[in-house]
Design a protein around this ligand. Structure first.
Ligand code: OSB
Ligand code: MG
Length: 372
């Protein structure tokens, strides 16, 4: 197939409440919806997941849109795509800019699955020679809190909603102390901590002290580029470390594996350049005894559906950061929200990523000028 149209629609969604991590406090989520049309008249959609400012990663909505406009679109023009992996390889000439590439790449996967009249989940499972689950157990990521009462309230609310694993953000030593208390108070719950690079190696004794049977993982305690120090920390720390901000590619996962920087990988297809690269990372992790699970980054409906398709793979069993649509947004961009039933979210049944933009977003997207 050929891609004959590419539309970009930047939008802003208001979060129900601000989400606090070490990088920033997000109150409004800027996202760009990507629509691609092929020569058979079928549309595929993707979501550009970069944030407004370059704190979590170097890309921003603006830089990524400019890469898509100036560099990606000429590469797509008159190009024949037979398999979705073709687009990954075409875009691989672009260094970095993983989220810009992922937005377009994922829309091609959606388009391809639709032409095959298959769900993205089924297509991915077929590519990976495995099966997939219809109902997917999910976890929740709770932003950093400044008091025990507030933290406990969020944890209790998460349990009552049915989330199967609770991740708590931390930005300070005081925060670690609050989390330690909550982990002790709820011994039957599965917890993890995400530090988003809050600390340096001097945190090692504190992390060793916080170790508990129901604390399954500590995500990204140290700096974003630091494989070597994470490796030293993992030696000193019984709890499994997980890398997030360090991982932009399969090469990064290999580095982490060889240096023993962590024993788990938070996989975000948008951060690694798209689905093809995500699948390669999953394969590597499965054959090298690294726990790989599906992360999230406050996605709207299209991104959430993409994450869910990945998380549906049999073998990707650790509950991902894929909460119900209503957790972050009162009005999403798609026509049917993802809801939580007994701690699980169901895969949509329609072909491709399986969700539809609301008529208003559909209209607004198609009213933009095509970049092709
Ligand atoms: O570090 O995993 C992270 C959100 C934005 C950016 C980075 C992260 C997160 C989350 C929330 O933890 C995950 C989600 O529920 O989407
Ligand atoms: Mg993280």
């Amino acid at each position: 197939m050929k891609i004959i149209k590419m539309h970009l629609l930047p939008i802003k969604l208001q979060l129900k409440r601000p989400f606090i991590s070490n990088h920033e406090t997000v109150s409004q989520r800027e996202i760009t919806i990507i629509g691609l049309k092929n020569d058979a008249g079928i549309w595929g959609y993707g979501e550009l997941e970069a944030f407004s400012a370059p704190y979590y990663t170097a890309e921003t909505q603006k830089t990524a849109r400019s890469i898509i406009r100036d560099i990606v679109s000429p590469l797509l023009k008159n190009t024949r795509i037979i398999q979705p992996e073709d687009i990954t390889s075409i875009l691989s000439v672009i260094a970095g800019n993983q989220m810009a590439k992922a937005a377009v790449e994922t829309a091609v996967w959606d388009l391809f699955a639709k032409t095959q009249k298959q769900t993205l989940a089924a297509l991915i499972a077929e590519k990976m020679n495995t099966t997939y689950h219809q109902n997917i157990p999910v976890g929740i990521s709770i932003g950093a809190k400044s008091s025990f009462a507030e933290l406990e309230k969020s944890v209790v609310s998460a349990i009552s909603q049915g989330y199967q694993r609770i991740k708590i953000k931390v930005i300070s030593i005081e925060g670690l102390n609050l989390i330690k208390k909550v982990i002790q108070k709820f011994p039957d719950l599965t917890f993890m901590i995400d530090a988003n690079s809050s600390f340096n190696l001097s945190i090692a004794p504190k992390l060793a002290e916080i170790s508990a049977p129901n604390l399954v993982m500590i995500e990204q305690p140290l700096r974003t580029t630091d494989f070597v120090e994470h490796s030293r920390l993992q030696l000193e720390c019984k709890t499994r470390l997980c890398l997030d901000e360090n991982i932009f590619s399969l090469d990064d996962v290999k580095t982490a594996y060889r240096l023993k920087s962590a024993r788990a990988i938070n996989l975000k297809s948008s951060r690694v350049g798209g689905i093809t690269n995500a699948l390669a990372i999953i394969s590597f992790c499965w054959t090298h005894d690294l726990l790989v699970w599906c992360g999230g980054m406050l996605e709207a409906g299209i991104g959430r559906a993409t994450n869910l398709a990945l998380a549906s793979l049999t073998g990707l069993n650790f509950p991902g950061d894929i909460s119900a649509s209503s957790r972050y947004y009162s009005k999403d961009i798609i026509t049917s929200d993802f809801i939580l039933t007994n701690g699980k979210i169901s895969l949509p049944a329609k072909p491709g990523i399986g969700v539809s933009l609301t008529p208003a977003y559909q209209k607004a997207l198609k009213n933009t000028i095509s970049l092709l």
